[in-house]
Design a protein around this ligand. Structure first.
Ligand code: FES
Ligand SMILES: [Fe+2]
Length: 423
């Protein structure tokens, strides 16, 4: 299913897990105690999977299943090594989460995204009711939270069960569904899939250039893509494919004659850049210069772990600083859905010709086509050729100079994941 978000909610921030309307009471004020008429197996909590325990703060009250439900596709045995868990991922564009409940698999986990009816603050819950494992996304928003559509338990945004409509209505204090920290920032809903207490909002990569730019130029989109997220990350870090796959981004050889400059920066990000010229401007900039003019161009991609990238194209006439020239900036953010499926969020702004609405429409449509009709089918075809494999380097690919950035980033991410598994 593909959905596209045209409108973006004005940027705001809300750390949903710090807010809770859960008072430890039923809506009628009665104290919550135990879930009626259900066996209580508190001893089972110790045998719940570690990743659920780490952030739920409360377990479910039925015996843990011997095996994890089949929630993930891909090679389950490798899943733990595929993802960095203690990191911020984009769960959705802000405009995708409105009145309706949104279910989305993230790192193979079913997640329910919704907004508080009054405040509009976003929340994220494990989309799996602890009673019979029904998706909470089949329920509805009610005063105080989400009501499961199967037997009517209500869960607050904190994840705690706050209403049991059965029997005497009592609720086990530990009855809860896992809640994920979420923050709305830069027009996106960011989610933390790792240990709850490590969710530091200051670790969200800075995409404030999206907010600072003239909003008339801003666009964003969402592309569900059937490929491992690292193939999509490699694709953004490898601009050398532009001349062959994208008419709009034709670099006239600028991105393939020289190896990119790869720099590891102090904040843990990696910048991959190409600079060339004098040469003809990139095609989407040609209307800004006199016919036959030659310019200097820089294409720089800054990667933030695990898979968020800021792509900036700068174009300057002879004698002009690149930073003073025309700027087109884009975000490309990959959130793993499963081992071989990815939520691809993109968006962008520009510094030039900002009042030209016709150009804006054509530019945004051109960008959408480049990602949706050119990149996406190619990367999906690559994944299809790889079959079940999720690591292209396990298949010993031939290397080209344009791969240098992607190789460095993969190595950095591999080290981060390894450190998380074996601190
Ligand atoms: S599955 Fe029974 S209340 Fe949710
Ligand atoms: Fe591309």
């Amino acid at each position: 299913m593909e959905s596209r978000c045209a409108a973006e909610r004005a940027t705001g921030t809300a750390f949903a897990c710090e807010k809770s309307d859960d008072r430890g009471e039923n809506p009628d004020g009665t104290a919550v105690e135990v879930l009626s008429a259900l066996p209580i197996h508190s001893g089972q909590l110790g045998r719940q999977r570690a990743d659920r325990e780490a952030t739920a703060g409360a377990g479910c009250h039925l015996p843990a299943p011997r095996r994890r439900p089949p929630l993930q596709s891909g090679r389950a045995s490798m899943t733990n090594d595929l993802y960095l868990r203690n990191a911020w991922y984009v769960a959705a564009l802000a405009g995708e989460v409105e009145a309706d409940l949104l279910r989305r698999l993230i790192l193979g986990e079913p997640v329910l995204l919704f907004r508080d009816e009054q405040s509009g603050a976003p929340s994220a819950l494990h989309d799996l009711c602890p009673h019979r494992f029904a998706p909470l996304s089949r329920g509805k928003r009610v005063d105080g939270g989400i009501q499961c559509g199967y037997h009517g338990l209500v869960f607050a945004p904190s994840g705690k069960c706050v209403l049991n409509p059965h029997g005497n209505g009592r609720i086990l204090p530990t009855a809860a569904v896992r809640a994920f920290p979420v923050i709305e920032r830069h027009g996106m809903i960011w989610i933390w899939m790792g240990e709850h207490d490590l969710a530091d909002p200051s670790r969200i990569p800075d995409f404030s250039y999206l907010d600072a730019a003239d909003q008339r130029t801003r666009g964003a989109g969402y592309l569900p893509t059937r490929a491992n997220y690292q193939l999509l990350t490699d694709n953004i870090l490898d601009a050398s494919h532009a001349d062959y796959l994208h008419a709009l981004l034709d670099s006239d050889g600028g991105t393939r004659h020289e190896a990119p400059r790869v720099q590891e920066l102090g904040d843990g990000s990696v910048e991959v850049s190409w600079t060339w010229g004098p040469a003809s401007p990139m095609k989407f900039l040609s209307h800004m210069y006199a016919p036959g003019a030659e310019v200097h161009t820089r294409l720089a991609v800054r990667w933030h772990a695990p898979s968020a990238m800021h792509l900036r194209i700068s174009s300057a006439a002879e004698g002009e600083e690149l930073d003073q020239g025309l700027q087109a900036e884009a975000m490309h953010i990959m959130t793993p859905e499963t081992a071989r499926q990815t939520h691809y969020f993109y968006g962008g702004v520009r510094s030039f010709d900002v009042a030209n609405d016709a150009y804006t429409a054509a530019f945004l449509e051109g960008a959408r086509r480049a990602f949706a009709d050119e990149d996406k089918p190619m990367i999906e075809a690559v994944q299809a050729n790889m079959g079940d494999e999720t690591d292209i380097f396990a298949m010993r690919p031939l290397g080209l100079i344009g791969d240098a950035g992607g190789v460095r980033v993969r190595e950095r991410l591999r080290r981060l994941i390894a450190a998380e598994r074996h601190p």
